[in-house]
Structures are given as structure tokens and as C-alpha cells.
Design a protein around this ligand. Structure first.
Ligand SMILES: N[C@@H](CCC(=O)N[C@@H](CS)C(=O)NCC(=O)O)C(=O)O
Length: 207
């Protein structure tokens, strides 16, 4: 049987968290880089909801939520602290404000981009408070919450780097920089060209 197949998009924060988890676990997968406006037929067949990441296991099992890919790849020791609650807030409230900060004109809004930015920043302040007495979100070692949240904090930071950098959140700044400089993050951001049917398989994640 072949390797599992991962449909992924380099810049998608959900796909980033899945790729970091796969890299960390050492599971080797075949990576298929997707362009969202030109999604492969095979991906749409196995996962009609059409979001990335999607992982197809060799036994035919389809995992089509990034968190489920993380839980499949990482062992129990990664499930530290209140990771569930942190991921709920990130994928819910934080992502809501991030999208409306970044793409304000796409939404029917009552709030401005700046107001959404402030709401998201108030969530970041709670992360900074945690990080004031521990190196990572749920303790002194990297764990599930760090891998799951960091791609979204990165996206917030990159929306207006100057504004992010002047926020009085020194612990959060250090935490994000440490993750972005890590081999794990750099390894998950290696560029691949769009996958086409018939391409030579691109192997991802062996270490
Ligand atoms: N809940 C899903 C969300 C995945 C998701 O929304 N991915 C975005 C890309 S960042 C996507 O595929 N969007 C589909 C589209 O834009 O058409 C997960 O955690 O995997």
C-alpha cells in the first residue's frame, strides 16, 4: 500500500497545523499542493466539502478536519492542558475577528477592520499572559495548542506587521518568533508546485 495522501495548500493556516503535526510525527505522506480555485477532482470526490487539508489514509479512511489530522498524527503526550478550549476560541472567535480584520470589505459588518483587530488583540493578550510564566501555551514544552494556534497568530501578525510589533505583548512576540524560526515551521513551509494528475509523487514528512 502507498503512503497516505495529503491535499494541502501552503498558505492555509489549517493546512500548516496539519503539516507541522505530520512532520513532527515523522509519518511520510504524499503531498498534493492545491490551488483553491482549481481543486483536484479526486480531492472533491473524497471530500466534497472542498476544504484543505484532507488526508486520505492507505486503508481508504478520509480525515478532512485539520484538528483530526493533528490528533491522528500526534500521540497522547501532545494533548496538554486546555488545548480543546484554546482551539475552540482560536477557530471560533479569533478566526471570526481575524477574517473581518483582514478582509473587512467581504463582510456585511457592523464593526470596522480596526475594531475587529482590537477584539482579536484582546484574545492575544490572554496568550501573552499565559506565556509570561511558561515558554509555550500549555507549559514549558511545545504541544498541540502551539501547533494549532501559531499559524493563525502569524496570519494576524502579517496583516499589519508594524501594528503587531508595537503591541505590548512581548511574551507572545517571542513565542511566535521562536515557532516561525523552528525547523518544524520552516519544514512545513517548503514550496511545492500545484499538483496535477500523473505527477511524480512528492514525498513529505520523512525524517
Ligand atoms: N475546519 C476546517 C477548515 C479548513 C479551511 O477552511 N480551509 C480553507 C483554506 S485556509 C479552505 O479550504 N477554504 C475553502 C475555500 O476557500 O474555498 C479544518 O480545520 O480543516
Amino acid at each position: 500500500m502507498g503512503s497516505p495522501i495529503l491535499y494541502s495548500f501552503r498558505r492555509c493556516p489549517y493546512a500548516m497545523r496539519a503539516r507541522m503535526s505530520l512532520l513532527e510525527s515523522g509519518v511520510e505522506v504524499e503531498l498534493r499542493e492545491v490551488i483553491l480555485r482549481d481543486r483536484p477532482e479526486h480531492m472533491m470526490e473524497i471530500s466534497p466539502k472542498g476544504t484543505v487539508p484532507v488526508l486520505l489514509l492507505s486503508d481508504g479512511t478520509i480525515i478532512e478536519e485539520s484538528l483530526d489530522i493533528m490528533l491522528w498524527s500526534l500521540d497522547e503526550s501532545w494533548r496538554v492542558g486546555d488545548w480543546k478550549n484554546l482551539i475552540d476560541v482560536n477557530d471560533g472567535e479569533f478566526k471570526h475577528h481575524l477574517d473581518r480584520y483582514k478582509y473587512n470589505n467581504r463582510y456585511e459588518n457592523v464593526l470596522s477592520s480596526e475594531e475587529h483587530r482590537e477584539h482579536a488583540a484582546s484574545i492575544l493578550k490572554t496568550y501573552d499572559e499565559r506565556l509570561s510564566n511558561q515558554a509555550y501555551l500549555c507549559g514549558d514544552s511545545i504541544s498541540l495548542a502551539d501547533l494549532a494556534l501559531s499559524p493563525f497568530v502569524r496570519q494576524f501578525a502579517n496583516t499589519d506587521r508594524g501594528w503587531f510589533d508595537q503591541l505590548p505583548l512581548p511574551h507572545l512576540h517571542n513565542w511566535l518568533e521562536g515557532i516561525l524560526e523552528s525547523n518544524l515551521f520552516k519544514g512545513c513551509m517548503v514550496k511545492h508546485k500545484q499538483w496535477q494528475e500523473g505527477d511524480v509523487p512528492v514525498s513529505f514528512g520523512q525524517n
